[in-house]
Design a binder for this molecule. Structure first.
Ligand code: GLA
Length: 395
């Protein structure tokens, strides 16, 4: 796998596994993080999204135990958790910290398959944590694929994605859509995922790395309000959907309505609800246009959809912030940039820019200077490539 060939982490987790748990042999797995090219906040509205699984993510060294004890360690997090299966419960608790994600998956896996063996696990990641690149989904998906392989249950990738998603919504309690877990679980070399979240249905669309690169623009601004603001947007969209159902027509998801439907109910909606719905409905058009452009290798047109998406998330959806506006705006002003927008939920974290190959370094320097001049601290820059998806590392 590409992920393992470049990273020192597979060796590092194996070494830590030996020092923590003794000489017992372990197996090692990887699941990627993602960026989303276009389709912001559409997954929980039954819309279409266009994520790409990247060559960074979460690594796991794991071995089963004969009893019901689970021991979880991380190279990145100080907290170590030892817990009996019987004590895991139905919801995470503050003292479980990061371990709530894999424990939620373990619990869901047990409920789905009846398997209840404990295990020893060491995790490590090379994604910036909590910055909008889906480190939590990668943590869930790597646990799901590892448990599946260890127990020989041969679940389909989408079942593993759903298991991971239920851990996040049910066990951890974040009302996210399915995009992140599906992007990680269904990631494929050289392809981005076109995921129609109503269904779900999906297909893969080629992305040409010789024509376009993805530069990550990390604002280094913690995602303040990410959880409360996110859940508030979910609720506002539910309100908009309800109004459209009663005053226009009865469709199962907000993303399926047209601009004409929305215009029809405009007078029944307050301004904020109207703008949230307008983002969702117009973002669907941008995703459709982005996919057509991608299939034609027209990265300039794809880039324009990213620019327009950013503007809509800023004005109508209000999930951007000064740092994201400045960093994407500076990128947009550079030669060789096709387009730029925030990625993930927003509220801080990372943006992305689509850049002509060979230009990323100059763009990063130019944007970095502008960003430092404005905010007095450094942003981070990184070219992320499409990874080869999740799986077991060579034994
Ligand atoms: C977060 C959520 C996703 C999705 C994005 C916004 O990453 O976890 O489900 O809603 O925000 O597109």
């Amino acid at each position: 796998m590409t992920a393992s060939s470049r990273s020192p982490l597979p060796d590092a987790i194996a070494a830590r596994f030996r020092t923590e748990f003794g000489a017992a042999p372990c197996r090692r797995f990887f699941a990627p993080g993602r960026i989303n090219l276009v389709g912001a906040h559409l997954d929980y509205n039954g819309g279409s999204v266009l994520p790409m699984a990247v060559d960074r993510g979460i690594y796991l060294a794991i071995a089963p135990r004969d009893d019901g004890l689970l021991r979880l360690r991380s190279l990145d997090q100080g907290l170590a958790v030892d817990i009996e299966a019987a004590d895991i419960g139905e919801r995470t608790r503050p003292e479980l910290g990061w371990a709530g994600y894999p424990l939620g998956v373990w619990q869901g896996f047990r409920q789905a398959t009846g398997m209840a063996r404990g295990c020893d696990m060491v995790f490590a990641g090379d994604l910036p944590m909590a910055s909008g690149l889906s480190s939590s989904a990668a943590l869930e998906v790597v646990t799901a694929i590892a448990l599946d392989a260890l127990h020989g249950t041969r679940l389909e990738r989408q079942q593993l994605a759903l298991l991971a998603h239920r851990a996040e919504t049910g066990f951890v309690g974040v009302r996210c859509g399915i995009m992140d877990q599906f992007a990680s679980a269904l990631g494929r070399a050289g392809q981005v995922l076109l995921l129609h979240c109503a269904g779900p249905r999906w297909e893969h669309v080629p992305f040409d790395p010789t024509a376009c690169e993805v530069l990550v623009l990390d604002t280094k601004k913690p995602r303040t309000l990410a959880k409360s603001g996110f859940n508030e947007r979910v609720a506002q969209c539910a309100t908009a959907h309800e109004l459209l159902r009663t005053h226009a027509r009865d469709l199962p998801h907000l993303a399926l309505y047209s601009a004409a439907d929305l215009e029809q109910v405009r007078s029944a909606m307050d301004q904020v609800t109207f703008r949230r719905a307008r983002h969702v409905i117009t973002e669907m058009e941008r995703t459709r246009a982005g996919v057509v452009a991608l299939r034609q290798h027209d990265y300039a047109t794809l880039g324009r959809q990213l620019d327009a998406s950013h503007e809509s998330t800023r004005v109508d959806y209000e999930v951007s912030c000064d740092e994201l506006d400045v960093i994407t705006g500076a990128a947009r002003g550079c030669e060789g940039v096709f387009g730029a927008r925030l990625t993930g939920a927003g509220f801080g974290g990372c943006g992305i820019a689509l850049v002509r190959p060979g230009q990323a370094e100059v763009v990063a320097r130019t944007v970095g200077d502008a960003y430092r001049a404005r905010f007095g601290f450094d942003a981070g820059f990184d070219v992320l490539r499409i990874g080869s998806g999740p799986g077991e590392l060579d034994r």
